[in-house]
Design a protein around this ligand. Structure first.
Ligand SMILES: C[S@@+](CC[C@H](N)C(=O)[O-])C[C@H]1O[C@@H](n2cnc3c(N)ncnc32)[C@H](O)[C@@H]1O
Ligand code: SF4
Ligand code: SF4
Length: 284
């Protein structure tokens, strides 16, 4: 369990990628958290950790003002990016001294899985930029039917990139990612190769072991990991299993947002047995 809350802001539903595991890029109508609503959230929780994602967060209409707001408020956050617009990401990282950046990379077949030529090369440019500037960055790898076969080569690629740890996700069916329009219900077949890999944390491996044996600890992550979606909805959990809306920040005051997130009190989730959303469950 985290000692501090983590609030994930899906600030935009716009995306410039064409991923096979996520359908957000198919959105036609822009839906974004508004600057004034973000101010309310930060006022309610100035001292927690934030994830700024989406969609592709840097495509938000007001991204410069938002990053400036985070910077001026000395907020601890991680920016997620697909790194397609590598020049813009580098510029924003430099301008706002972004505390932490996580870039997605799905392995040797990344460009194919993401449907974007040159994306892997951009990730490498970003990696070199970070090494040169002494900037911390992480790589997030989403394990899916599209890279299960190339997993060992993918890990070799990460080792050659000088990484000693990756942020590991397992592709799931998620309403928020509109997966019904892309990759549904991936069920991993080869867990052994994951359990043997030193780039994946022991905590994640323990989760995977408990998924295999069915002896999981009850997931209580929703008590301190919160998701606010691009339409302002505070959802109970980013998983499709728990898409229960607790309120919409557009209609809430700062105090109401604070009370709502502080009042989530769940000793165990009823979807526990079926949910393998490792990127959320690692916080339970
Ligand atoms: C939704 S993206 C948003 C940030 C940014 N657009 C990116 O791709 O890094 C956040 C993370 O979700 C991962 N992801 C994609 N499809 C997924 C799925 N079906 N289940 C779980 N995670 C998924 C992505 O690989 C990425 O690391
Ligand atoms: S995973 Fe990220 S880059 Fe890919 S479509 Fe979804 S939001 Fe866009
Ligand atoms: S079990 Fe799944 S749906 Fe339930 S809180 Fe954990 S991650 Fe969310």
């Amino acid at each position: 369990m985290r000692d501090k809350k983590l609030i994930q802001l899906y600030i935009t539903n716009m995306c410039n990628s064409h991923c096979k595991t996520c359908g957000i890029w198919k959105n036609k109508e822009r839906q974004e958290l508004q600057f004034d609503d973000i101010i309310k959230i930060l006022a309610a929780f100035p001292d927690v950790d934030y994830v700024i994602g989406g969609g592709e967060a840097i495509l938000h209409d007001d991204i410069v003002r938002i990053l400036n707001l985070l910077s001026v408020g000395n907020i601890n956050y991680t920016l997620l990016s697909n790194c397609i617009l590598v020049g813009t990401v580098c510029k924003l990282v430099e301008t706002f001294s972004i505390p932490s950046v996580t870039i997605s990379c799905d392995g040797i077949n990344h460009n194919k899985i993401r449907g974007v030529e040159g994306n892997l090369e951009s990730i490498n440019m970003f990696r070199k930029f970070c090494i040169t500037g002494g900037i911390k960055f992480k790589v997030s790898y989403t394990y899916s039917r599209y890279n299960e076969e190339s997993f060992l080569q993918d890990m070799d690629m990460f080792r050659n990139m000088g990484l000693n740890e990756i942020y590991f996700c397992i592709a799931q069916d998620m309403d928020l990612l509109m997966t019904a329009e892309s990759d549904e219900s991936f069920v991993a077949k080869n867990f052994e190769q994951i359990l043997d890999c030193e780039l994946i944390s022991e905590k994640d491996k323990n989760h995977i072991r408990s998924m295999i044996t069915g002896k999981r600890r009850c997931c209580t992550s929703q008590n301190n990991v919160h998701t606010i979606y691009s339409n302002g909805d505070i959802v109970r959990c980013q998983s499709f299993k728990s898409n229960i809306v607790l309120g919409n920040i557009k209609d809430m005051t700062t105090e109401e947002i604070r009370l709502t997130l502080n009042s989530v009190n769940n000793r165990g989730c009823r979807f526990d047995e079926e949910c393998n959303l490792l990127c959320q469950r690692r916080y339970d």
